[in-house]
Design a protein around this ligand. Structure first.
Ligand code: E4P
Length: 218
C-alpha cells in the first residue's frame, strides 16, 4: 500500500519524505488556504516547491468546474512538473475532463467521491486515482470503510486500473483497515503516519534493553 501525505505544509512534507516511506502528496484548496497560499502565482510556486521536496507524485486540484476551465487549468498544472497529478472533482464536467486527460496521457485524481456509482464512472473515464473520503462519510453517520471495501471489490471484478486512494483518513485504524481492505493508497495527515510508530511495549522493551546493556557494561 502506498502512503501519500495530505497537506500543503512544506515542513510536514519534508518530515514525511525524510522518513523514507512517502509515495506521494495530496493537496486541496482548503489545505492550500490553511498555509496562507493565495493568488495564482503563489499557488503555482507552492506546487513547484512541493515537487522540489519529493521524488513522488503530487496531486494539484483544479478550481474550475466547467469542462474548458478544468482542461485549461489542468494542462497548466500538468506542465509544471512530471510529478503533478491533476485533481478533478467528481462532477459531470470533471468526468469529461478526466476522459480527456486520460487520452492525453495526463494522470488524474478524481476527488470528492462518496459512492460506488461515482467510483465506477471515474474508472470508466480512466482516472488514475480515485479518492473516496472516509472521514467525511463517518462524520454524517455512514461507514466510510464500507465504501472502500465495496469499491475495491468492484474494481477487482472488472480489472479497472484506477487506484483506490483512500482519503479523509483521520486516524491509524482507518489506515490499517484500508490496508486490510486492499486500498492501493491512503492519504493522511503526518500525525497518522507517525502514530503508526507508537506502541507502549516497544517503549518499555527498549528502555529495558538499554538499561540491561548499561548495567552489563558498567
Ligand atoms: C483528499 O485528497 C482530501 O484532501 C482530504 O483527504 C480531505 O480530508 P478531510 O476530510 O480530513 O478534509
Amino acid at each position: 500500500m502506498k502512503f501519500f501525505i495530505d497537506t500543503a505544509n512544506l515542513n510536514e512534507i519534508k518530515e514525511a519524505y525524510d522518513l523514507g516511506v512517502l509515495d506521494g502528496v495530496t493537496t486541496n484548496p482548503s489545505l492550500m488556504a490553511k498555509e496562507g497560499i493565495s493568488g495564482d502565482e503563489n499557488v503555482i510556486n507552492h506546487y513547484k516547491a512541493i515537487c522540489n521536496i519529493v521524488d513522488a507524485n503530487v496531486s494539484a486540484e483544479v478550481i474550475a468546474t466547467d469542462f474548458e476551465g478544468i482542461i485549461k487549468e489542468g494542462m497548466e498544472l500538468a506542465k509544471l512538473d512530471d510529478k503533478i497529478v491533476v485533481k478533478v472533482p467528481m462532477i459531470k464536467d470533471g468526468i469529461k475532463a478526466i476522459k480527456y486527460f486520460s487520452s492525453e496521457g495526463i494522470r488524474t485524481n478524481c476527488t470528492l467521491v462518496f459512492s460506488a456509482g461515482q467510483a465506477i464512472l471515474a474508472a470508466k473515464a480512466g482516472a488514475s486515482y480515485l479518492s473516496p473520503f472516509i472521514g467525511r462519510l463517518d462524520d454524517i453517520g455512514f461507514d466510510g470503510l464500507d465504501l472502500i471495501g465495496q469499491i475495491v471489490h468492484i474494481y477487482q471484478n472488472y480489472g479497472y486500473e484506477t487506484e483506490v486512494l483512500a482519503a479523509s483518513v483521520r486516524h491509524t485504524m482507518h489506515l490499517i483497515k484500508c490496508a486490510e481492505l486492499g486500498a492501493d493508497v491512503v492519504t493522511c495527515p503526518l500525525k497518522v503516519i507517525t502514530s503508526l510508530l507508537n506502541h507502549p511495549l516497544t517503549d518499555k522493551g527498549l528502555a529495558q534493553f538499554l538499561a540491561d546493556h548499561a548495567k552489563a557494561n558498567k
